[in-house]
Design a binder for this molecule. Sequence first.
Ligand SMILES: [Zn+2]
Length: 427
Amino acid sequence: MAVLPGLVNGHTHLSQTFLRGLADDRPLLRWLKEVIWPVQSAMTPHDLYLAAKLGLVENLRCGVTTVVQHHKLPGRDHVAAAAQAAVDVGLRMLLARGWLDQGPSGEPLDHILAEMAWLHETWHAAPLAPQSWGEGSRIRIAFGPLAPWRCSDDAMRETVALARAWGVPTHIHVAEAQDEIDLLLARCGKRHIEWLADLDCLGPDTQLVHAVHVTDAELDLIAAADATVVYCPTSNMYLASGAAPVWQMRRLGIPVALGADGSGSNNSQDLLECAKIGALLAKHATGDAQALLPADLLRMMTLDGARLWHGGARGQRSGGRSQETGVNISPQPSAISHLPPAIGQLRVGAPADLTIVDLDNARCQPVHSAASALVYNASGADVHTVIVDGQILLDAGRVTMLDEAALLADCRVAAEQLMRRAGIKKN
Ligand SMILES: [Zn+2]
């Protein structure tokens, strides 16, 4: 058995659990416009509750203890459904409420701010947490602007100001595909990271999902701001988006977390599989067999992933120096060292979030290097036991908080009805 700090899935969209396999083999914008957005808009709160619960059980089975759920859905009932699913499964959830104010389905800024205030009061810091959860809530919130080209300058500035006043992070897709970059260039002449930096919206509290198409100058901006990047290699390959230059990011001291992304572009939530794919993609893209090593991937899934839950700079960063500009990127003294130990590490006093992986099988034996076996051999199916804050949620392969067979049956019925309502014909 290998014992790890609980894994952090740094980016997903749980509504897509009902959408996997529906829109395969298309590039990003066609994938979104032709299937993902229309079906998501037909989901009831009950559909969302079941899809989220199923996705969370899959995450749990794959060894995940903390999920970042990036979520743009119609109303409060939908948001509450996703949060309730996390309560019922027991995982930690950073709920990044999606918003956009440009183009179809854009919301006025005052509505976005009012909805975030409701979410902050209702779910952040856990008035609804069961007593048995001990000292802290397992639900935190974040602002989730969908992508720079769908957000106005004013809305971005104001939401980030409010997020900083509350001490919560901002989680945003950036530079996933070249056509998205072209859309923002056409609007204001700036690339995604430049735009965030010019608005003073790039900092240790910023979580940049994808960052595939970024220039050296943009990498320096990310490093200087101490922002976190979320690497989603499976999704990036699936949508033919490209390879994020994570090897360069790590050289610059940029913390990089790992994300599965939604099941519509993966099509699973197996983070160990993503780790292997992430390592292989980096080797393939660079021609360098050492571009990313198993230890790098383990750090992404644990210590660096934990930064997302804690909302910003916390713990160590490796430091580095830009080859492009010579900007010195020194480790910052922690301003919050008085805080209790973070998740993402095995340490006395840290929350007891643990993932235990069974390596005693034909796929993994003999084990010469635990890190190699975990990243290159093991998969979610080898996860044996998962513990969150001392509570066993997966016990030797059995989900403890709910009747899994009944959940699967309910999901089959609800997904069938959803496809009929959305007018989607299955292949
Ligand atoms: Zn995403």
